[in-house]
Design a protein around this ligand. Structure first.
Ligand SMILES: [Zn+2]
Length: 175
């Protein structure tokens, strides 16, 4: 894992109004032969933030940037009907998802103060995440939370993160 210098926003490219969990994306990505979900965070329709990969693990979400970025995915990103045989890209973020995106971005900027915020489409010929993340979050990108980051803090955050992850998994298994 190299130094994290970017936070990259994605959408799940699932239809507007359809709620998908991190556990489901984990299954999809395992089917592709990956070790599991490629994103570090998933934001559900109701704004719940679910954990994916550990922060100290390389992601699998943006070719060429996976070990230098954190991947955040909101659920949605396409219309819920087809036009000319396909689901067109649409910014389907709910108000709760917009709020949670800002919360998670502020949190990540505390851990990675120098990281810049982007949308997947800046790195690939895709419409993901169906809005202009670079423009929308440029003021958040400028926030420099100097002095808050320490290795010790990063270790503690990772510990809490791992705890939440196993807690979520045991809850998922119980269902
Ligand atoms: Zn994407």
């Amino acid at each position: 894992m190299k130094e994290i210098n970017k936070i990259i926003i994605h959408c799940s490219a699932t239809r507007e109004g359809e709620d998908i969990s991190a556990a489901t994306i984990d299954k999809w990505h395992k089917k592709r032969g990956w070790k599991g979900i490629g994103y570090h965070f998933v934001i559900r329709l109701n704004g719940i933030i679910e954990t994916g990969r550990m922060l100290n693990e390389c992601g699998a979400h943006t070719k060429g940037e996976n070990c230098t970025s954190i991947g955040v995915c909101y659920i949605g990103g396409v219309e819920n009907f087809k036009t000319d045989g396909e689901y067109k890209a649409k910014d389907t973020r709910t108000e709760s998802q917009k709020e949670s995106l800002i919360i998670i971005l502020r949190y990540l900027k505390k851990i990675y103060p120098k990281a810049t915020i982007h949308g997947h489409k800046e790195f690939a010929k895709k419409s993901c995440p169906s809005f202009n993340a670079f423009e929308e979050y440029k003021d958040l990108t400028k926030i420099e939370t100097n002095g808050i980051y320490t290795n010790k803090l990063a270790r503690i955050i990772n510990w809490v993160y791992g705890f939440l992850k196993s807690y979520n998994q045991s809850n998922t298994n119980r269902k």
